[in-house]
Write a protein that binds this ligand. Structure first.
Ligand code: P5A
Length: 444
């Protein structure tokens, strides 16, 4: 993309309505624009990162054997009356009446809709296990939408639903989700810690929230500091292996880590030596639930098991806050100049800054780099405007591309350009060809 032809409405001023750094930076970097309270338009740069996060989520869900689909945003109130949640959900639910006077709602989650799909088509344990998921907009009429995309009213969620013949099989699905979530967050450059939590309106007793530690997080958390040393890393887990998935669950959840809803001071003291006790704040970027037969019993989602008995199907649901993740990543990765995107989610792989637009050698070298990167499958953002160098650097720092290639007539006389890391500011001179190779290596 050439910046002269892109739509990147960066703001010079710090927007006064934004209280936390990720919200400020998303507005300043021209990623989002508020449409109304808690509802945002995703401008091109923000949309690009959103799509990259979605892509990682899709890849990791499919790797775990979960099946993508798409359900609508608007749902009929009937299904929610069947489960009993129509009244329970209260004012958070946006209720709509259509022209025929039918009660509709903008889905805050999809347990009812997916259970209805399941009961219409599946009657035998032979069709299980089954996990379906989608990435779709949700609406919750939050009383205090704030912090930009962190607590929106309209927000993008990946929500997945497992259907299993009994509790053991459903707990394996729970563990599989935990493993796939650990992998997903690490690919986004985040450490998200599973913590025992409360299940709220979704239901069930088994639930973990995934929290990214950050001062601006809305949740208060208590944990054993040893947990922050755990990394999922590159390990290959067989998602069909009950033992392997269970081992990961045990490794990541055996130490004390709870949100304030389930925190118990006496247990904390009994289990964790004082030097390792931590209390902090965290951003909830996902949550997994096992709720057994709560919905299947209420809605008649029944299968015939191997013994020929009709049993309600065991279920769980599993959510990732896709749009919230942009805020969480920025909270975890920024400096005073702007965002620092982890390579896994960056909107462009590298920025190209032409220090002297109009200089024939600089222009030609930038064009060469731009085309070479594209031909290798990368997306560069080429700042081909006539602005002064300082302004170009400030924009690149603000929007946070992890790598910048700077091209100027003086360097070119020696046959070099400069490759700079956004994270540590270190620069290295090299030939344009070597810069392209280095980018290829980094993203290899
Ligand atoms: C799990 C999937 C559920 O709704 N039903 C389907 C279950 N879980 S949840 O914890 O309530 O939401 C899942 C994740 O969505 C994000 N989230 C939000 N993001 C932005 N703004 C909001 N108002 C908001 N509410 C929830 C969180 O990341 C949460 O973990």
């Amino acid at each position: 993309m050439r910046l002269s032809r892109y739509f990147l409405p960066v703001l010079k001023e710090t927007p006064s309505e934004a209280q936390i750094v990720s919200h400020r930076l998303m507005l300043r970097a021209g990623m989002i624009k508020q449409a109304s309270a808690g509802i945002y338009s995703w401008l091109p740069l923000g949309y690009k990162v959103l799509r990259r996060i979605e892509q990682i989520v899709h890849e990791e869900q499919m790797r775990a054997g979960h099946i993508p689909m798409l359900m609508p945003t608007l749902q009929s109130a009937e299904l929610w009356r069947e489960s009993g949640r129509y009244d329970d959900y209260g004012q958070e639910m946006l209720r709509i009446t259509d022209r025929h006077g039918r009660d509709m709602l903008y889905g805050p989650t999809n347990e009812e809709l997916i259970t209805d799909i399941f009961r219409s088509h599946i009657t035998s344990y032979r069709d299980l296990p089954l996990t379906l998921y989608h990435i779709q907009w949700k609406f919750r009429d939050e009383i205090r939408p704030r912090f930009g995309v962190m607590r929106g009213r309209e927000f993008l969620m990946k929500d997945g639903y497992n259907f299993d013949v009994d509790k053991d099989a459903a707990l394996h699905a729970y563990n599989r989700h935990l493993v796939s979530y650990l992998r997903s967050y690490e690919r986004m450059g985040l450490q998200a810690i599973p913590m025992r939590a409360d299940s709220g309106p979704i239901g069930g007793d088994d639930t973990h929230e995934f929290l990214v530690l950050a001062e601006t997080g809305e949740s208060e958390v208590f944990y054993d500091s040893e947990i922050t040393d755990l990394r999922f890393g590159d390990r290959a887990v067989d998602y069909d292996s009950v033992a392997e998935c269970q081992a990961v669950l045990e490794e990541f959840t055996s130490r004390y880590a709870r949100t304030d809803e389930t925190h118990d001071e006496a247990t904390f003291h009994a289990q964790v030596p004082e030097a390792r006790r931590r209390s902090a704040r965290g951003i909830e970027v996902g949550q997994i639930f096992y709720f057994g037969t709560k919905y299947s019993e209420a809605m008649g989602a029944v299968v015939v098991n191997a013994k020929g008995e009709r049993v309600p199907v065991h279920m769980g649901s599993h959510g990732i806050g896709v749009s919230r993740l942009l805020g969480a990543i920025i909270e975890a990765s920024h400096d005073e100049k702007g965002i620092i995107w982890p390579e896994g989610v960056t909107p462009f792989h590298a920025g190209i800054v032409n220090l002297k637009q109009g200089d024939s050698a600089a222009d030609a070298a930038c064009e060469g780099l731009y085309k070479a990167l594209i031909s290798k499958g990368f997306e560069p953002l080429y700042d081909d405007r006539t602005d002064r160098a300082g302004a170009k650097f400030a924009t690149m720092d603000l929007i946070g591309l992890p790598w910048r290639i700077t091209v100027g007539p003086r360097g070119l006389e020696k046959g070099v350009v400069e490759l700079t890391s956004r994270r540590n500011g270190e620069s290295e001179e090299m030939s344009p060809e070597a810069a392209v190779d280095r980018i290829a290596q980094i993203y290899g």
